[in-house]
Ligand binder design. Structure first.
Ligand code: SF4
Length: 256
């Protein structure tokens, strides 16, 4: 599919999805021709989507990026979620060669020292495994919401991802955090216990901290960086790709 046709298709889908509820949005994507993959971080938004996919037995693959630096609570929630909904969550791990290349150049925890090093770590532990998770996919479902940060304020329901040659679907784009919490409580959806301890957004353990009342939802992610740079490269891939050590195998094609 050409870039123009991908964009046209995404635009049409965006309009279709707008008028539907969450179940309707996911069911529509599941019916489309082409493989649909949902990547979950096990955060509260993603648990809402996983619950909908599992409860309705939709033909959508559920995958997660097991970075090797996750909180124990997050790892435990993967198993609990599989049991609750009778689904398989496919784990995608970083490659040891990539971790070794990062550690040799920056040190294992070198991501605190520069934005470049942090993007390189996210590239090795997240962006490259994501490329494997999305192999063969026509649709990539995410839990992005407009209210999560300034970077995400314009998140559409469907958008063309020209780098990856697929359409990204954001079925919770218009949900606010209060609606998410109410839905989780009403449906008894299992969530990460860290949310109740001040972590609205949960990523890798060394790069996530609890936030104070009134702080933005993602203020605890890479808190030592400026706000406009706080993404991991999954949704703004160029930054992560450019920082991955050149000794990393396949470094030039990580986000394709
Ligand atoms: S969030 Fe932190 S530990 Fe995880 S991949 Fe990114 S830099 Fe590395």
């Amino acid at each position: 599919m050409t870039s123009a046709s991908l964009e046209n298709r995404a635009s049409a889908l965006n309009k279709q999805l707008e008028g539907l509820d969450l179940a309707g949005r996911l069911a529509l994507v599941a019916r489309l021709e082409g493989k649909a993959v949902f990547t979950t971080s096990l955060g509260i938004e993603d648990q809402v989507i996983t619950a909908a996919i599992g409860s309705d037995k939709l033909g959508i693959e559920v995958s997660t990026l097991e970075t090797g630096r996750l909180f124990n609570e997050t790892v435990a929630l993967i198993d609990e979620t599989e049991e609750t909904y009778g689904i398989l969550i496919k784990r995608f791990y970083p490659e040891q060669d990539d971790i070794d290349a990062f550690a040799a150049k920056y040190g294992m925890n070198g991501f605190y020292d520069s934005v470049e090093a942090r993007h390189a770590c996210c590239g090795a532990r997240k962006v490259k495994p994501l490329a494997r998770a999305l192999e063969g996919a026509s649709f990539w479902i995410t839990g992005l919401r407009r209210g999560q940060s300034g970077n995400r304020a314009d998140t559409p329901f469907a958008e063309a991802d020209l780098d990856r040659g697929l359409i990204k679907i954001n079925p919770l784009a218009d949900w606010d955090i209060e609606t998410i919490r109410a839905h989780v409580a009403a449906e008894g959806i299992p969530i990460n216990p860290l949310h109740a301890r001040g972590y609205p957004s949960i990523g890798c353990e060394p790069c996530t901290r609890a936030i104070k009342p009134g702080e933005p939802e993602r203020a605890g992610r890479w808190w030592w960086e400026n706000d406009e740079k706080r993404e991991c490269g999954l949704h703004v891939p160029d930054a992560a790709a450019s920082a991955i050590p050149q000794s990393t195998p396949l470094a030039s094609s990580l986000v394709r």
